[in-house]
Ligand binder design. Sequence first.
Ligand code: DI6
Ligand code: FE
Length: 394
Amino acid sequence: MRDESGYGLQRQAALLVDGDGIAWIGNSDERSARDADEVIDCRNRLLTPGLIDCHTHLVYAGDRADEFELRLEGASYAEIAARGGGIVSTVNATRAASEQTLFDETLPRVKALMDEGVTTLEIKSGYGLDSDNEIKMLRVAAKLESELGLRVRKTFLGAHALPPEYDGRADDYIALLCEEMLPRAHAEGLVDAVDVFIESIAFDVEQGERVLARAQQLGLPVKAHVEQLSDLGGAVMAAKRGALSVDHIEYLAVEDVASLAAAGTVAVLLPGAFYVLRENQMPPVAALREQRVPMALATDANPGSSPLHSLLLIMNMACTLFRLTPAEALRGVTINAARALGMEREIGSLEVGKQADIVLWDVERPSMLSYRVGVNPCAAVMQAGRWRNSEGLS
Ligand code: DI6
Ligand code: FE
């Protein structure tokens, strides 16, 4: 068997849950384990922290299957966007949908993630692109949290694309966002962090920086979609501002990795979008690893570039496409994903004092979580000390 130390694996382990937190971890023959009010035999299953999907665009209406077909006929993602398709077509569908319809359409996508042990989810706005519709999306995200009992972080991504009514007036839109849209959403308590899409088909570095600066004035943490289709230098700008994460980064130059390392910014890799768009440019994984930049993984679940709802599949893709090790993949959806959300003190690892978000897996070794495709070995999930489903325990 290969060395398993990279996982921090503990055998014959016992874990004591008190209220919503982890109170003690030790060996199963120790007294604290035997004296608990209730003892559950996990029968040699693997226990991991609850999985964290730290980058999604799950709340939207409609689908983009027609664009999938257009791409198969040779059109590129950027060409489709330039023609008024792409993100803007989902904006039109999302604006037309009621809050209830948006909730109903999003629910099965969230449930698919939860079935695989996801206990914390980040959801971005960015298909509304005006105050009312961005707020509508964020309310749906908040309702998912309260109705499903999983943890949801809400990220304001008003700068995802230029809304059609602002065609040719990107600076005016950014001004509206900074003066009205973001402060309003924030005042309603709907914003945990602020994101921006810096790309030729979206906003330039200077416009992106204006959004992040405004967010920081409001006391909000920031992150950015950068270097996905080209290298504009957004990652360095975001890192200098102390961003929690920079996401995508296929086109990040090796010499710019140092600025992430210096800032403690997490590199969020999104192999689903890389796969769907048939990208060839690989993120600078070796340099990230060498300079100890924490790497997180996420689904980027969205109707255009990543219509997939499986974090286990993303772990496999990260190993197969980006050559991460299975241990890196597991850290990518647990502790490093927690860092990307600024939540590493509460979640992301099985440690005393952290939330009791725990997944029980029917696997013999942790590498099997990344190894197989299309198999869901999740046997049971505990969220904040309460079983979400414990049927699998018997
Ligand atoms: N990059 C992405 O991959 C998603 N957003 C972004 O900024 C795509 C969103 C979409 O195509 O609807
Ligand atoms: Fe994204």
